[in-house]
Design a protein around this ligand. Sequence first.
Ligand SMILES: Nc1nc2c(c(=O)[nH]1)N[C@H]1C(S)=C(S)[C@@H](COP(=O)(O)OP(=O)(O)OC[C@H]3O[C@@H](n4cnc5c(=O)[nH]c(N)nc54)[C@H](O)[C@@H]3O)O[C@H]1N2
Ligand SMILES: Nc1nc2c(c(=O)[nH]1)N[C@H]1C(S)=C(S)[C@@H](COP(=O)(O)OP(=O)(O)OC[C@H]3O[C@@H](n4cnc5c(=O)[nH]c(N)nc54)[C@H](O)[C@@H]3O)O[C@H]1N2
Ligand code: SF4
Ligand SMILES: [Mo]
Length: 745
Amino acid sequence: MTADVTTEWRATACILCECNCGIVVQTQDRTIAKIRGDKAHPASQGYTCNKALRLDHYQNDRNRLTSPLRRRADGSYEEVDWATAILEIAEGFARIRDEHGGDKVFYYGGGGQGNHLGGAYSGAFLRAIGSRYRSNALAQEKTGEHWVDRHLYGGHTRGEFEHAEVSVFVGKNPWMSQSFPRARVVLNEIAKDSGRSMIVIDPVVTDTAKLADFHLRVRPGTDAWCLAALAAVLVTENLCDEAFLTQHVTGVDAVREVLREVPIADYAQRCGVAEDLIRGAARRIAAASSVAVFEDLGVQQAPNSTLCSYLDKLLWILTGSFAKRGAQHLHSMFAPLFATSGVGRTPVTGAPVIAGLVPSNVVPQEILTDHPDRFRAMIVESSNPAHSVADSAAVREALSSLELLVVIDVAMTETARLADYVLPAASQFEKPEATFFNLEFPHNTFHLRHPIFEPLPGTLAEPEIWARLVRALGVVDEEDLRPLRRAAESGLDAYAQAFFVAVSANPALGRVLPFVLYETLGPTLPYGLAGAAALWGLAQKTAMTYPEAVRRAGHADGNALFEAILSSRSGVTFSVHEYADDFDLITHEDKRIALEMPEMLAEIGRLRDAPARLTSDEFPLVLSAGERRAFTANDILRDPAWRKRDVDGALRISVEDAMAIGLVDGGSARITTAAGSARATVEISDAMLPGHVSLPNGYGLDHRDADGTSRTPGVAPNALTSSDWRDAYAGTPWHKHVPARVEVG
Ligand SMILES: Nc1nc2c(c(=O)[nH]1)N[C@H]1C(S)=C(S)[C@@H](COP(=O)(O)OP(=O)(O)OC[C@H]3O[C@@H](n4cnc5c(=O)[nH]c(N)nc54)[C@H](O)[C@@H]3O)O[C@H]1N2
Ligand SMILES: Nc1nc2c(c(=O)[nH]1)N[C@H]1C(S)=C(S)[C@@H](COP(=O)(O)OP(=O)(O)OC[C@H]3O[C@@H](n4cnc5c(=O)[nH]c(N)nc54)[C@H](O)[C@@H]3O)O[C@H]1N2
Ligand code: SF4
Ligand SMILES: [Mo]
């Protein structure tokens, strides 16, 4: 497919954060030689940040896998061919199913920031084997918010920052971490416009906070008091949108009653923000024609995280900032990120399973036990839990003790090094791929990226890996697929008809749907795009769920949408909503927001007596373990050479603390927590509050040079975190709030 040198610009996307900005690239042999923003991408419109230019470090990482690997008894790995690996893996899982039940097979991952298409095929194999429990990184951040969202209105919301009069960022630093389209452009526009305001709640003077009109510099971990005070000001100063509340919200009185009791001055003191500033910010929110709010890890991975999710939603609900331009919106989804099933419990610890996801933090405990229902085998796909989940030592012990661990990745990760079998995936530039983080309103976009290279020899794309595993189980009769294969050759309309007939006649096919699509529709798709077959099912579902919005975006039906997705190189707009649609997207029958959450109201009451400090004499500082910086990208870029600055991932510390401890800038420090200890390079920073230190995410990854020497610059953050340090409701970790001690070292 590739000429040696091409001057042609080909469309793909950056895969380093959930934005997946469109890019165009020129290639040279197997190298991504030149990279530019893709102006034709409907969401990013040519925008990129500094990181996109470094993508070849992902594509051509020296540590990429090129053969299936099988672990030997002595712990070393031998290369095996694909047929052997697939057969042994399928047999291994089938044996565990037969002896202990398929629900003992646990699935972790399914996609990182830019690759959710491969994971979409996992369901067929997992269902065929009887696996029920799964998890991924969303259970380390978003499940608390999801639980609140479900109760309030039943869906995920996103702020329209591009047009919001007031933008509120709670524990979110979009200048560095992005997360919404063209983030830096939008932030600059807000900062320059005297008619618009930005409110940032963050203990650190981040690049975002520097642009803010109101920086509520909370003490770490005290957001609940700050947010409760903000909401209380709205109620006690009569700043709520009464018409909106009467018409569109239920349960308001109970909430008002609780908020009236909040001692605002006292809570201001407890979070360390001047009462006047809190009142000023609340009044600004109330006066605005539109308010958009983004909460992220600064609260989602800190104490009272689920309560904070509830409280920051009160800010826009009480002021009626919904279903209008610049406000907060429910939005369409192209593919489900969360299961809609209710809350269950994990088999061993009884932890809440929210959105179908086991909290990442309880995974070690669900394995390291004699409990008859423990997880005994695991498949990890496109995730590195041995590095990214709290308490790496416990995770590694747990993963090592499994009867069977299979890892599907592009690189030999910390997790892969524990596996019985490692399966090498083709990279995200070597197969059709897509992100399912399609979260915008009123215009929502989806981008199917076409491959720009042939797969690296020895690797396979995930759809093919999963299909081979399903075939090895022998659960689908070739006879049953034949009518669909034939119909696919006659076009999408014939296929749609045959598909609905086949699936209603044979429910067993429905259980392995992605496999069926891949096997029957896949072969008829344009060259290299067989892996896109599952999108046909998602396109049908999207067109049925949001018929008007999909038609407004120019797609007559599911087939038309699928064809547009296949043929567009830079992405398509798949839904165009009108603001009033927000109300229809509420899943409650009365189409109203249900504001009263008794558990959360009780939590607000408990704040009065709750400790606002969780540090101790032994661990007097708060460590935020895993800050997003200019040169962090989760665990996606493993070669440290990708970084132009901050090569060691410095420990940031305030001038006051550095002085008291005797640290010098660029010197070395030892940081110790209840879980572990590490050495870090010191960066003395006036952005940090006394008592607060931070380490970046994505460091401490093992990378081998050509001669085999291992380099792991920086601190692996989860060497310092503990499994039990987590939210009571969602089980999400308190990575941003780890009590710690720092010494010269
Ligand atoms: N550069 C870069 N961008 C990324 C990523 C990356 O690895 N690198 N990863 C992507 C992913 S997976 C995610 S989930 C997002 C995360 O995006 P963010 O949540 O924005 O990232 P963080 O830097 O982890 O945390 C945000 C802020 O929380 C603040 N904080 C710490 N403690 C507290 C507290 O107690 N209260 C409050 N209010 N704030 C606090 C920190 O100072 C920080 O500014 O970023 C995405 N974007
Ligand atoms: N202490 C601390 N821990 C944290 C956080 C924190 O702030 N602090 N943040 C948490 C958050 S928000 C997140 S999102 C997680 C992220 O943690 P993980 O869920 O582990 O995800 P990534 O780091 O994105 O790793 C993605 C993996 O996918 C692999 N990969 C890349 N492309 C492909 C492909 O095409 N196919 C396959 N099969 N694999 C591929 C990469 O090599 C990498 O191993 O970390 C969490 N952990
Ligand atoms: S890292 Fe995120 S914001 Fe930056 S170019 Fe890549 S996708 Fe876009
Ligand atoms: Mo994340």
